[in-house]
Design a protein around this ligand. Structure first.
Ligand code: ATP
Length: 486
């Protein structure tokens, strides 16, 4: 990470804490590694991102419905899905620092360093060798690459490595009151399986016709070997996933459709297009016949935010096999029974949150001549902003607070608004800029006479005098989901 990017990332992290977006979990006990809590503004922003996703996927597609399945699932689910046997990361320990790393990530960091130093041939060669070793589960081969490329532990600086071992990422616990009698169950590592096991329920009760989709937002848990980069890689996180069931043979057409549709969803937020790129998978999971990541340029480089996978009929066939229940669709158009193929779109809500914060964060210099001034601003899309408008009485007397509260009460049913009377107006503006509030409304003495207020727009800082009865409409237009969905 360059010094500027490093600083930007640090500033975003401390801003997220200072303004009630993200806190370390159990901070008073020194925190829990890779687990985070969302504060008062973070919870609102997160909910707005969820709403944007849900509306665009479920509400805007008449052939997609949403469900909410449980985190705990029958343990056989994870046998069938391949997670019990195959959801592993190759890990390696440094014997001196006792630190644990993902072997593939050590190699990826090395590849990035080669690229940065202009050694692209070396980078390519290492990438190829690593892909090959991962594909064939060659753990010794991975270790050999680490040794051959002289990768040292960032903490101890030594190359005293253990063997590479597989580490299953699923958390397990017990269900039932008595430990000995109880069964081992898992905290789901992805929400997708909750959709697959409900395929028949939804298809039948919703009388769904292929092609159709099932969407879900929910928590997932992974015991990540190393946790880093703030909320980028967490042990408890949220996913927004959609499984789209299609006729076998039509999957590539739908794969392309969802690739483009999902990128459009990202870009509608106003992010500059060069911040996004597709990254095709060279190493495909055993169930996939095509897979691509949508990557965003974070301060620490291009990283995956969302995956689009063509999963064939793998999951439904496995559940059919393990449950003994027939999972098929009768397609009246071609008069045939088949197991549907699946295109999955899977986005991490927390990564989307981080992307949104980084993208919106701006430190603006407002100095004029000798007069130094600055502000920190979150240029959040108004639909995503945690607070839509802040209402300020100019002073705490002369009936201005009462008038301001009256205005707030007339708006709060439709929009999340807040009331603030502490500090000078300028300071109050800055606090709202820092959490991305699109509008600040100031009630002054003139308001009592002619029922007008000033409304200040966050980005331009322009102020305008408007009638109080126009406020609701002004805010509604700015924060309308129509601005994002069409
Ligand atoms: P990575 O390669 O970064 O570990 P992945 O390929 O394992 O991710 P998927 O299994 O495809 O990820 O999960 C879909 C999405 O869920 C990812 O694109 C990411 O946004 C999110 N995600 C996965 N693991 C985590 C995590 N530990 N913390 C936060 N988000 C995650």
């Amino acid at each position: 990470m360059s010094k500027n990017n490093d600083e930007l990332f640090k500033n975003v992290i401390s801003h997220a804490k200072e303004y009630g977006f993200v806190f370390q979990s159990s901070e008073i006990y020194d925190g829990l590694s890779a687990v985070y809590d969302y504060g008062q503004n973070g919870a609102e922003l997160k909910n707005n991102i969820k709403t944007y996703w849900w509306k665009s996927m479920v509400q805007m597609h008449e052939n997609i419905v949403g469900i909410d399945s449980a985190i705990f699932m029958h343990p056989t689910t994870w046998k069938a899905s391949g997670h019990v046997d195959g959801f592993n990361d190759p890990m390696i320990d440094n014997k001196d620092s006792k630190k644990r790393y993902r072997a593939d990530q050590l190699l990826e960091d090395k590849i990035a360093r080669y690229e940065k130093d202009g050694k692209s041939a070396k980078a390519e060669q290492l990438q190829e060798a690593m892909d090959q070793a991962l594909k064939s589960d060659d753990l010794t081969g991975l270790r050999d690459l680490i040794v051959e490329h002289e990768i040292a532990c960032p903490v101890s600086g030594t190359r005293n490595w253990t063997d590479v071992r597989q580490f299953n990422l699923m958390f397990s616990t017990q269900i039932g009151a008595i430990a000995e009698e109880s069964d081992k169950i898992y905290l789901r590592p992805e929400t997708a399986q909750g959709i697959f096991v409900n395929y028949l329920n939804v298809q039948k009760t919703g009388r769904m016709k292929i092609p159709f989709g099932i969407a879900q937002i929910g928590k997932a848990f992974r015991n990540e070997v190393i946790a880093r980069q703030f909320i980028m890689r967490m042990r408890e996180f949220e996913q927004m996933e959609m499984q789209f069931f299609v006729r076998p043979g039509s999957e590539m057409e739908w794969y392309d459709y969802w690739k483009q549709t999902r990128l459009k969803w990202h870009k509608a937020l106003g992010t500059s297009p060069e911040k996004y790129r597709f990254h095709d998978h060279t190493k495909l999971a055993h169930y996939a016949n095509a897979a691509v990541d949508i990557e965003f340029e974070f301060p620490f480089g291009f990283k995956e935010v969302e995956g689009i996978h063509s999963r064939t009929d793998f999951d439904l066939s496995q559940h059919q096999k393990f449950s003994g229940k027939k999972i098929q669709y009768f397609d009246p158009e071609i008069n045939q029974n088949y197991t549907p193929y699946v295109i999955e779109t899977s986005i991490g809500l927390d990564r989307m949150f981080l992307l949104t914060m980084i993208n919106a964060f701006e430190e603006q210099d407002l100095s004029e001549g000798d007069k130094k001034d600055s502000r920190t601003l979150l240029r959040l899309h108004p639909c995503l902003a945690p607070v839509k408008a802040a209402i300020f009485p100019l002073t705490k007397k002369d009936g201005l607070p009462e008038k301001a509260r009256e205005i707030m009460n007339s708006i709060k049913l439709d929009h999340n608004v807040i009331y603030e009377e502490k500090d000078a107006i300028g300071k109050r503006y800055r606090r709202q800029d820092a959490i991305g509030t699109p509008f600040c409304i100031t009630v002054d003495h003139q308001s009592l006479e002619d029922n007008t207020v000033t409304i200040r727009e966050r980005d331009s800082m322009q102020q305008e005098r408007v009638a109080i009865d126009k406020l609701n409409q002004i805010i509604a237009e700015k924060v309308s989901w129509k601005n994002l969905l069409n």
